[in-house]
Design a protein around this ligand. Structure first.
Ligand SMILES: [Zn+2]
Length: 626
């Protein structure tokens, strides 16, 4: 039997054991409840709230000091109801017991089992019991089957018009159904909710827009557009299947795997909550097991020594459900090793709210806009993680055409370019920087592939001599810009800037293909440094700054018509780095002095870029003003 122990009050160690136990052993445990080992009874983590939420007892509200008693009580309740069912003598009695057991299952988020218990009660009777309908609706809501949930609640409202709880529940379910169907969200409200909720698990529905999963050649499966979309269009907005929230004060979880060492922190917690959720709701298993799992061969044995197999780790977690008939009829292999692999290959690191994290980081750095290229993987805000099944199908490209942003456990995916129908949607697993060798080393190590995007291919075909020249020019530019900053205020600033601009031209000349095909990251980085140096220098005319900003955007492959005066129009969006937002915001402000007629279009582009990077534009004015 696998062991689960707690090294201290703030460190939890769960141990995957390769040894399996049989179902009969698990059920045998159920017959001796006093000896059941419940891992959560050991106060595994630093904060009690997170423990309760992690095991699914509390969805909101404060910590119940008698939390362990509550778990025991619910577990024993369900067990007792199961035993009582075997002894019940009348159909009415059976019905009542099932309804009560359904409540115990709902409270521990075993929606499959709860639904199974109430289904017979709601199907058979002419006028189903009020409680039966209500609990069925709750189970359906928990399984995110909002349409069916609304139907049950409407039936409940018709039969029991005085039930006010059903009325508010119906309003809530209709809101979810609307989100699911239309993709209309009030993102500012979502942000406010994410700022307050701990963990930031939001009560909102998934919307899947104009995308579908289909084969993508040697890349396996990918996500493709079903119709033409515009840059900024919402592709989907997905609620996490599971999400592990990082709390600074919350201690850490450690998961020991005898075969592969172990994982720590929110990643190991994510494995834990994913296994728990699947075990509680086996109907959801295909959503996760269909995801990419590399070369891992899933366990295909259902029986060992003639007995059904239940993974030890899972059997330990929820012994009571093993005895439930609905669960027993499901496959009895709970491949936690497979789940661990799937989580490793498909999880995304995420901040609590993308916008907030970005601006906190900016303040921390104390830099004027635009800041350094985004590096979310290194960003301190990206310690939480989750599984978003639809998002998991998107393949990597450094020259991506979509971006993801996060609000709590919601992932917002938007196109960053105009895309024709049937285009594969791509985004970067890690943001592109100007070192393709380093970039591909990480990709290979973490996800097992080498990128073949235009950027990587171009860098591969560039001679070592050109790469060397590019690096030398970039180093020289770094020094020149540093010298410019140190000599701020001197008369020769204009000359220094002109020299830097000449060096930038030389750097750009090391690229053979147009920037609209192959973004010039080295140029972008060097120009960002220059802008940071001159942004507040009065000796540098505003018109010169405007030209620099336009050149920065062009280095990333943005094709812009006009931009100096009279007109400004984006003909084609290029690489959507975070800094693009600030380029446009700065252009808007610069145009107030140089070309007032361009302020409005520039603001429009700033908003559009903001929406692509952060998923929404409702908070744009709060950050950049009007
Ligand atoms: Zn690439």
């Amino acid at each position: 039997m696998g062991t689960t122990g707690f090294a201290s009050t703030t460190c939890r160690t769960s141990c995957f054991s390769p040894r399996m136990t049989s179902e009969s052993q698990a059920v045998g445990k159920e017959s001796r409840p006093s000896k059941i080992v419940l891992p959560w009874l050991g106060r595994p983590r630093g904060t009690a709230n997170s423990i309760c939420r992690r095991i699914g007892l509390l969805s909101s509200g404060g910590f119940d000091k008698s939390w362990n008693l509550t778990v025991r009580r619910l577990t024993l309740h369900a067990t007792s109801y199961t035993r009582a069912l075997a002894c019940s003598s009348t159909p009415e009695e059976t019905q009542t017991i099932r309804l009560n057991r359904a409540l115990a299952f709902l409270k521990t988020r075993q929606h499959d089992a709860a639904l199974s218990d109430v289904e017979s009660a709601t199907a058979a009777a002419d006028k189903p019991a009020e409680k039966a309908l209500f609990r069925k609706a709750e189970a359906l809501y928990g399984l995110q089957q909002y349409r069916e949930c609304c139907e049950v609640l409407k039936k409940l409202r018709l039969a029991y018009p005085d039930n006010m709880a059903a009325k508010s529940q119906l309003t809530r379910a209709i809101s979810r159904l609307t989100e699911h169907a239309n993709g209309k969200y009030r993102f500012k409200q979502l942000q406010d909710e994410a700022a307050c909720a701990r963990p930031p698990h939001l009560d909102h529905a998934t919307y899947i827009g104009p995308v579908r999963i289909q084969a993508s050649g040697s890349r396996g499966r990918g996500l493709f557009t079903t119709k033409a979309v515009k840059a900024g269009d919402l592709l989907f907005c997905e609620k996490a299947f599971t999400h592990a929230f990082f709390e600074k004060e919350g201690g850490f979880t450690m998961l020991v795997d005898p075969e592969n060492g172990g994982t720590m922190g929110s990643h190991s917690e994510l494995i834990d909550v994913t296994i728990q959720k699947l075990h509680r709701n086996p109907s959801l298993m295909p959503i996760i097991t269909d995801l990419h799992h590399g070369s891992y061969q899933p366990v295909d044995a259902t029986y060992v020594d003639g007995e059904p197999v239940v993974d030890t780790y899972v059997a330990l977690l929820l012994p009571t459900t093993i005895s439930h008939p609905n669960v027993l009829t499901r496959p009895r292999v709970y491949p936690s090793f497979l789940i661990r692999r799937i989580v490793a290959l498909n999880c995304f690191g995420c901040p609590q709210v993308s916008t907030v994290t970005w601006h906190q980081e900016k303040r921390r750095q104390g830099q004027p806009p635009p800041t350094k290229p985004s590096t979310p993987a290194e960003d301190n805000g990206f310690h939480s993680c989750g599984i978003w099944p639809t998002a998991s199908y998107i393949n990597h490209s450094c020259t991506s055409n979509a971006r993801r942003a996060f609000i709590g456990d919601m992932l917002i995916a938007r196109a960053t370019r105009d895309l024709p129908a049937n285009t594969e949607v791509t985004w970067w697993y890690q943001p592109p920087h100007d070192d393709s060798a380093q970039r591909n080393k990480t990709l290979l190590r973490q996800w097992g592939f080498v990128c073949d995007c235009p950027l990587c291919e171009d860098e591969k075909s560039t001679s070592a001599a050109v790469v060397g020249k590019r690096e030398a020019l970039a180093t020289g530019l770094r020094k020149q810009v540093a010298a410019l900053q140190e000599g701020r205020g001197r008369k020769e600033t204009g000359v220094a800037v002109a020299k830097i601009e000449a060096a930038l031209d030389a750097l750009a000349a090391t690229y053979t293909r147009p920037a609209s095909e192959v973004p010039r990251l080295a140029v972008w980085v060097a120009m960002q440094r220059l802008l940071m140096a001159v942004v507040e220098m009065e000796q540098v005319p505003m018109a010169r700054k405007v030209r620099l900003l336009l050149a920065m955007l062009e280095s990333l492959g943005h094709v812009i018509e006009g931009g100096v005066g009279g007109t400004v129009k984006v003909l084609q969006w290029g690489l959507m780095m975070d800094g693009v937002v600030e380029c446009w915001a700065f252009l808007r402000d610069a145009y107030r002095l140089t070309a007032p007629e361009l302020v409005v279009p520039a603001e429009g582009y700033a908003r559009a870029a903001y929406k692509m990077v952060f998923g929404e534009d409702e908070t744009f004015v709060g950050i950049y003003g009007e």
